[in-house]
Structures are given as C-alpha cells and as structure tokens.
Ligand binder design. Sequence first.
Ligand SMILES: CC(C)(COP(=O)(O)OP(=O)(O)OC[C@H]1O[C@@H](n2cnc3c(N)ncnc32)[C@H](O)[C@@H]1OP(=O)(O)O)[C@@H](O)C(=O)NCCC(=O)NCCS
Length: 177
Amino acid sequence: MSHSGYRIRAAVSTDAPGLAVLGERTFRDTFAADNTPEDMAAHLATSYSPARQREELADPGRTTLVAATDAGELIGFAQLRAGEVPPAVTGPAPIEMLRLYVDRGYHGRGVANALMEAALEAAAEHGAITIWLGVWERNPRAIAFYRKWGFEDVGSHDFLLGSDRQTDRVMVRLVAE
Ligand SMILES: CC(C)(COP(=O)(O)OP(=O)(O)OC[C@H]1O[C@@H](n2cnc3c(N)ncnc32)[C@H](O)[C@@H]1OP(=O)(O)O)[C@@H](O)C(=O)NCCC(=O)NCCS
C-alpha cells in the first residue's frame, strides 16, 4: 500500500537488521523513562537482536508488516502472532497484534493508521475474526490509539519486562467492523 513518502509492505528476511535497530530504538523511546536500565537491557537482549528478528521473520505463526520510506528506511512495524490467547479474550478465531511501533518522528502522522489498516487486512486474510492485544497500563497514547480503532478493554494480563512483572490491559475488537 502506497502513501505519500512511504509504503506498507510485508517484511522480508533481509529486513532483520533494520528491524532489530528500529525495534530497539522504538522500545527504548517508549519505555526507558519508566523502567530500570537492567530490566530494559534484559528485555532488549532477547527481543531485538538481529538473530531473533531473523527467527521471527521465518516463523510461520507470525506476520510482520513494515512501513518503509521511499528511500528504504524503516519507520514502523506491526506484527501479528497466532498462539496462546488469554482467558479474557473470548471471541471466535482470535489473532494477537503483538507489536505496533512507529518511529518517534512519525507519531501523529498517519503511519500507525496505515500499519493498523494493513494489519487488519492481513488478519482477515489469515481467517481471524477477533483481534486482541496487550498494552502496558502506563502507555496512555497507545491505549488512546487503540480505542480510536474500536478496541475495547476486556481485562488484564501480566507482562514480564526483565524481572519486573507489569500489568497490560488486554484489548479486543472484531477484525472486520
Ligand atoms: C502507539 C502508536 C503506534 C500510535 O501512533 P500515533 O501516530 O502516535 O497515534 P495518534 O497520533 O493517532 O495518537 C493516538 C491518540 O493518542 C492521544 N495522545 C497523543 N499524545 C498523547 C499523550 N502524550 N498521552 C496520552 N494520549 C496521547 C491522542 O488522543 C491521539 O488521538 P487524536 O488523534 O484523536 O488526538 C505510536 O504512538 C507509537 O509507536 N508509540 C510508541 C510505541 C508503542 O507504544 N507501541 C504500542 C505498544 S503496545
């Protein structure tokens, strides 16, 4: 899908190094101020190494979409995952939106909307009817964004950041509304 200055496309294996860099930067930008350096380092080491990104891109249970500028620079990504579903999610044929991250300079500029649209399309192509996500209870901007997109709070689940057990809100909507 083409937008002015960037497009959304399926990620390919050669995106692994770029995704590792973008993933680490956006994770730090979002969470470093509210977490200890130790917990951040522990999480980043396992989640955003280039090797880990290569594994995730090769995982048939995951679908990764990227927003790339016309110059080829990655400015955002979204990832769907078929897997375990928390009890709070009761709708049919669920899929998880595991990640949605946009580079700070592109917040509020429609890139997140474009990624969400593409993620919903990909979820429908996978036969999903319900889409759910976990979002840190202390991430008001993301929660506001998901509410704008019709996601509703159905409960909570734990998320381990390094050694810190945190509470995520669990939010759900139908893929096609
Ligand atoms: C979450 C994210 C993808 C949303 O994209 P975005 O382009 O920033 O989205 P929007 O600009 O539409 O913001 C969503 C809403 O948040 C609200 N908002 C903006 N800044 C806010 C702030 N500092 N605090 C609380 N709410 C805020 C606004 O109400 C806005 O809605 P509006 O357009 O009606 O005013 C993007 O901010 C992001 O990548 N953040 C960092 C990573 C992240 O938190 N990912 C989600 C992890 S679960």
